[in-house]
Design a protein around this ligand. Structure first.
Ligand code: PLP
Length: 374
């Protein structure tokens, strides 16, 4: 039986070699440049180290949501191109520009703020984001002509350099995504007509990078895939040639032999129906284990799979291990690489009625990340 090192109660092991291999695989598959998305602390994997692993695997640019995340990469010693695309109203881009952060621009105000952050000899690099149908951020269709014209004017003045055009799919259906792609191509043409010459165009995130070759455009912007998880309900990581990078595990904190009828955890949603052994797992919803998976999530102990008994609490939950030989300190794997026998993050996602993205991203700050290479 695998035991955790003494004193370790819970941890997330991050396999940096898997991130590197996943990027390499996606680069080969798509024959495209890879922008590795490391927002939200690298989907919970640790942004700086995930970024370094992605760059080692051949990514040429990094993507984050906001400037704070981009600056954290710079502080962590990452000097590769970084693009940030979600900004608070009235944000000054001075610090971002000083650190060479590229800005995703969704409206005219942001464009003017970007231009205001230029230094005398250095324009600010921007990627104009087009709303092609997702109805979130991105330049609204009605404003596109105005923003393009303004961008061309600011580029002639040396205040901005439009290095990219991009957009994001809804993943509703192939036909909806193709309609968005067609609108994007119209935008690319309109940009060229006012003299903009962006050298990168990117619209495909992981799902489209894999499934919609016509959307690759020589540059894909991938997040979940680099962490080895599948964006599809009906295809596993292994079926996509990806290796999950995160393993979440804990050490059995206590075991207790109980009689039939014994209630377990708040509300006694679970009662033992026989004499059995209960094992206490020291991870709870504060650590990102979704409470919605109470009574449904599964863990692996010593190669056997057990289901959560009763409610998941803030710091802990219980599994009924029957007569299995489980003892204090034994390793409990919540999820990891299913080809190695662990449950998948997808299993927890299904148990909680959510997606694997949310499972890994919400792993709490109380869980130490331990980066390994394999
Ligand atoms: C998060 C995000 C991505 C990455 O999406 P995945 O499905 O994780 O590959 C790409 N582009 C934008 C704009 C995003 O917000």
């Amino acid at each position: 039986m695998t035991r955790l090192p003494d004193g370790v109660m819970r941890e997330a092991i991050i396999d940096l070699s898997a991130i590197e291999a996943n990027v390499r695989h996606l680069r080969r598959l798509t024959e495209s440049e890879v922008i590795a998305v490391v927002k939200a602390d690298g989907y919970g994997h640790g942004a700086v180290r995930a970024a370094a692993a992605a760059l080692a695997g051949g990514a040429t640019r990094l993507g984050v949501a906001d400037i704070g995340e981009a600056l954290a990469l710079r502080r962590g010693g990452i000097d590769a191109p970084v693009i940030a695309w979600l900004h608070a109203p009235g944000t000054s881009f001075d610090e971002a520009a000083a650190h060479g952060i590229e800005l995703g621009i969704s409206n005219g105000d942001q464009l003017l703020s970007a231009a205001a952050a230029a230094s005398a000899d250095r324009p600010v690099k921007v990627h104009l984001k087009l709303d092609t149908g997702l109805s979130r951020s991105g330049i609204a269709p009605a404003e596109q002509a105005m923003v393009f014209a303004e961008a061309a004017r600011l580029e002639r003045l040396g205040r901005v350099s439009v290095v990219g055009l991009f957009s994001h799919f809804s993943n509703t259906s192939k036909s909806e995504d193709l309609a968005q792609l067609a609108r994007f191509h119209e935008g690319v043409t309109a940009a060229a007509l006012v003299g903009l010459r962006p050298h990168v165009r990117h619209i495909a995130a992981t799902a489209a990078a894999i499934d919609l070759p016509e959307a690759r455009l020589g540059c894909v912007r991938v997040g979940i895939g680099i962490y080895g998880l599948s964006p599809f309900d009906d295809r596993s990581s292994a079926e996509l040639g990806l290796r999950p990078a995160m393993t979440l595990r804990g050490a059995v904190a206590s075991t207790r032999r109980v009689g039939p009828g014994t209630g377990v955890s708040y509300g006694f949603d679970y009662r033992a129906d026989r004499e059995t052994t209960l094992a206490l797992v020291p991870l709870g919803y504060a650590d990102g284990v979704p409470r919605q998976a109470s009574g449904r999530g599964t863990v692996s102990i010593g190669g056997q799979t057990f289901t959560v008994a009763g409610r998941i609490a803030m710091d802990q939950f219980v599994v009924d291990v029957g007569d299995a030989a489980v003892s204090v300190g034994d390793e409990v794997t919540l999820f990891g690489d299913p080809t190695l026998g662990a449950p998948a993050a997808d299993d927890w996602a299904r148990a909680a009625g959510t997606i694997n993205y949310e499972i890994v991203t919400r792993i709490g700050a109380r869980v130490p990340r331990r980066q390994v290479t394999t």
